[in-house]
Design a protein around this ligand. Structure first.
Ligand code: FAD
Length: 463
């Protein structure tokens, strides 16, 4: 046996999980990530069962000079979970969640999804901010910020992070929290997967009512300008427990819908009130009466159900995707007009575009408190291009990039790292977090990963 195959055999014997290589039967199924545009073939996939496996994988990759990607929920649109020719450190079997209701904290393994967390926390009447889809990974979503329905009252995911266990490039397992390795703890709250493999997260939990008011009236896209302006004015004075967005989409050809609504282009006013459901119902009444909705999907439902409401729109590995964002400095009629004009020209009926309002707890966190940077921007525009055929790639990418470029004049120049396009922007992180935060992130990267071992990500080069 060659020394290389000896080393592979030793790694296999060391692991509690499994090592997959291209000729293994499960290889093709496991290498697939969420975005169907991403088709990469790692030489090794380590299906980790715990921190020991992660340490072994990192040690092997270091010894053999392998490119390393970290896979949490596999939902990163740029495909950072996988790589060609290197090693995928696959955490997708590490989905354990333990809730301590007395401490109001959840211990969450690095490959869990938000659905895992929501399920375990709901059993105790608790929740922590996640995203707005249950199948996305806790790992990637949290490490670059984490924006969801509870942001108004409880902030971003990172604002609820208490501690992480993280395997760094030198193979050590470190605890990082406010007092231990606090520079690293600052950096993982916004700096993505640059600093190591997080094997577990600890989140603060909050009491949540058994049902919440979920507001979702759907209006024709032809009325988008007035609907968005009315939502903007309403949201400006709404209590911070209400988090809201407006979203462009196309209604499906669903026999359950009225005939005239099927296939209609629409704009939905989505809002969740994190408080008593009856109070929320009364509060959002004006949003449901901005003219006559095509349909109104509003309901009083458990938070966990709200989190799964959009799951069916985003099946794994089916569609081709390009999601890109920017932060808007305002939403006057000129901005609204630019958004609507571009949204109307989308080449794919599957494509979404949304404006997220930022307010409340998520904005009160100081710019230097986390690596997310300044929070003062009032809105985020997210352009979520979705289509099915490779021959339509060029048209959809061109439309998305054209829309994004046209909107830059209305933005503060920054963007959200979890909607990074395909990562083609060479100055992605600098542009996302701003100059001061970026400089500090480079310092932490230099300390914990001086060789840029973890570089398949929204990368922060150490030099
Ligand atoms: P993966 O592709 O598994 O990982 C992406 C990268 O994150 C990895 O390459 C690695 O660098 C890092 N990473 C992941 N896990 C770890 C870990 N344990 N340790 C170290 N590094 C790790 N974002 C929001 O904020 N709010 C939303 O509501 C939201 N909704 C979305 C809905 C859909 C359908 C999709 C596709 C994306 C959505 N996003 C949202 C964006 C989402 O946050 C990113 O796609 C994120 O990267 C997904 O995390 P993941 O763990 O699934 O990703």
């Amino acid at each position: 046996m060659s020394s290389h195959s000896d080393a592979v055999a030793t790694l296999k014997a060391t692991l509690r999980g499994t090592l997959l290589q291209p000729d293994d039967p499960d290889y093709d199924e496991v290498r697939i990530v969420w975005n169907a545009m991403i088709d990469r073939r790692p030489r090794f996939i380590v299906r980790c069962h715990g921190a020991a496996d992660v340490i072994a994988a990192v040690g092997f990759a270091r010894a053999h000079d392998l490119l390393v990607s970290i896979r949490g929920g596999g939902h990163n649109v740029a495909g950072y979970a996988t790589c060609d020719g290197g090693m995928m450190v696959d955490l997708s079997l590490m989905r354990g969640v333990r809730v301590d209701p007395q401490l109001a904290q959840a211990w969450v393994q690095g490959g869990a999804t938000w659905g895992d967390v929501d399920c375990e926390a709901a059993a105790f009447g608790l929740a922590t901010p996640g995203g707005v889809v249950s199948m996305t990974g806790v790992g990637g979503l949290t490490l670059s910020g984490g924006i969801g329905w509870l942001r108004g009252r409880h902030g971003l995911c990172i604002d609820n992070l208490v501690a992480v266990d993280i395997v760094t490039a030198d193979g050590r397992l470190l605890l990082a929290d406010e007092t231990t390795n606090s520079d690293l703890f600052w950096a993982v709250r916004g700096g993505g997967g640059n600093f190591g493999v997080v094997t577990s997260f600890v989140f603060r939990l909050h009491p949540i009512p058994p049902t919440l008011m979920f507001c979702a009236p759907v209006y024709p896209e032809t009325r988008a300008r007035e609907v968005i302006a009315a939502w903007r004015d309403f949201a400006a004075t709404a209590p911070e427990a209400l988090s809201s967005i407006v979203e462009f989409s196309t209604l499906p050809d669903d026999p359950e819908l009225p005939v005239e609504a099927r296939g209609m282009r629409v704009v939905t006013v989505g809002a969740v009130y994190d408080g008593p459901a009856d109070e929320g119902e009364a509060l959002v009444r004006p949003l449901r009466a901005l003219g006559t909705p095509v349909i109104d999907l509003s309901d009083k439902i458990p938070y966990r159900t709200i989190q799964t409401f959009q799951d069916a729109l985003f099946p794994k590995g089916r569609d081709r995707n390009y999601f890109k964002s920017l932060y808007l400095t305002g939403l006057d009629s000129g901005v609204i007009d630019d958004i609507v004009t571009h949204a109307e020209q989308r080449p794919s009926e599957m494509t979404l575009a949304s404006v997220w309002q930022f307010a409340g707890a998520m904005q009160r966190v100081a710019a230097d408190a986390t690596a997310f940077g300044d929070r003062s921007m009032p809105y985020m525009l997210s352009i979520d291009s979705i289509w099915s055929q490779p021959e339509d790639d060029a048209a959809n990418l061109a439309w998305s990039r054209g829309f994004w470029s046209a909107m830059r004049r209305h933005s503060n120049g920054r963007l959200y790292l979890n909607f990074p396009g395909h990562g083609e922007d060479a100055a992605l992180v600098r542009n996302a977090v701003g100059e001061a935060t970026f400089a500090r992130l480079v310092g932490v990267k230099r300390k914990y990963d001086p060789t840029n071992f973890f570089r398949v990500n929204q990368n922060i080069p150490p030099a």
